[in-house]
Design a protein around this ligand. Structure first.
Ligand SMILES: [Zn+2]
Length: 162
């Protein structure tokens, strides 16, 4: 463990961070964007999904095909995360967010008509949404949403039993 951190420091990976980072930056948690060149995106996404510090994961086009965002409360956890990434043996590039210039909660209205994930009907109004395993589901009404949740609960239970 120590040895590996030492190697990371020598390779300049961590040194680069400790130069940029002071404790002040950690007050609200340091935001880190990581881009991977993954040969197998599904496998990587599964690994990343297990890590608590990672809040967002995107599979993208381009050379870096998986991009994730992590919010990290301290330097130790940053080291842990980087170690984990080195262990994955997938080329990656890390970017620390130095300044958030614009961050909007607004999501543009989709021009495509969404279909209800329960009944299949086209959704004309604002959809009801539900997120499960990093996937977002859309519903035409609260009843469909409730029925969908019930169905997922039953499926979960069956999965556990088998
Ligand atoms: Zn519906």
């Amino acid at each position: 463990m120590r040895q590996r951190i030492k190697k990371l420091i020598e390779s300049g990976v961590i040194k680069k961070f400790t130069v940029i980072l002071d404790d002040k930056l950690f007050e609200q948690g340091v935001q880190v964007l990581v881009g991977f060149k993954a040969p197998d995106t599904e496998q990587l996404v599964e690994e990343l999904g297990k890590m608590d510090v990672i809040s967002e994961i995107y599979v993208t086009s381009g050379e870096r095909n998986v991009i994730c965002k992590a919010v990290i409360p301290n330097i130790k956890m940053l080291k842990d995360m980087l170690e984990k990434f080195v262990d994955l043996k997938i080329p990656f590039e890390t970017n620390i967010v130095l300044k958030v210039v614009k961050k909007a909660e607004y999501t543009p209205r989709l021009s495509l008509k969404l279909k209800c994930n329960y009944c299949g009907k086209e959704i004309s109004d604002e959809p009801y949404t539900y997120t499960l395993y990093n996937r977002r589901f859309y519903f035409c009404c609260p009843i469909c949403l409730r029925k969908f949740k019930e169905r997922m609960r039953i499926l979960e239970r069956r999965k556990k039993q088998s």
